[in-house]
Design a protein around this ligand. Sequence first.
Ligand code: GLN
Length: 313
Amino acid sequence: MSAEWNELQTQLPVWLEASRQRAASGKVAAYIPELANAPADALGMTICDGHQQALTAGDCGLQFTLQSISKVFTLLLALMDQGEEGVFAKVGMEPTGDNFNSMLKLELVDPGIPFNPLINAGAIAVSSLIHGATPAEKINRIAAFFQELAGDAALKINEAVYLSETKTAHRNRSLAYFLKANGVLEDVDVEEVLEVYFKHCSIEVNCMHLARMALVLAFDGADPVSGRQLVPRRYVQIAKTFMITCGMYNESGAFAIRAGLPAKSGVSGGILALVPGKYGIGVIGPALNSKGNSTAGVHLLETVSNAFDWSLF
Ligand code: GLN
């Protein structure tokens, strides 16, 4: 066992309790009503290494939905289905500096394609690119892919969260219809695309699942547990670059400076992060800051990254 792993083992619970205090300044997302039931002061972290060791601290037993974290993995599947050309005909490569659900820039550029695949508009466009004759076929392929990455064939959709989102998603609906008008969603039914999008956001996980999914990215698409190459290295490179530039929304620059790790957050309070070649990390902390990122989770990741000088830069 490395000295770093030993220190992580002793320090992680201490750092976690210090970061937990930050939850008090955040708020659990309530625009999807079902998410408001999450415990505001929960905080958990799981770290997996490439030798099948895992460390857990805090509330790692908590189940939560992937929300925007799923966008990284639907992007990978879309790249595997359509190639780079197919995907980047419909979605751009640039950060927006705007909120994750903003529609502002869709009308400012020509053609009106979403700026990147990690904002809602971009992820909705990506959902339309997943192969499958029906929404059910697409979602089954997405679920099977996520199960393989997470090493758990039991991953499933949280129906209550899905229904809660689909009933209240007026803003995402308007984004999607706007994309249809701009010719981004071609030959597809908008409601069917939204069904796929809301369902992949509603897949339920815990910190260990996030850490395992992150580990595959940390090892360039090869799962160190099964030894199988699950994603081509080039596509993982694309995903990790988006995670650095857009993964924490309009807090991505600050997070890159403070933690320096590829990461992706979701409004459930989950964060998936990785240390290339070393670790996959899963975090849950439902209280969010004003940018929609877990306030305690961000603090904990920054603390751990700084302690071990993990920044990529
Ligand atoms: N399903 C959520 C939405 O579309 C995902 C957003 C997020 O996690 N930031 O609003």
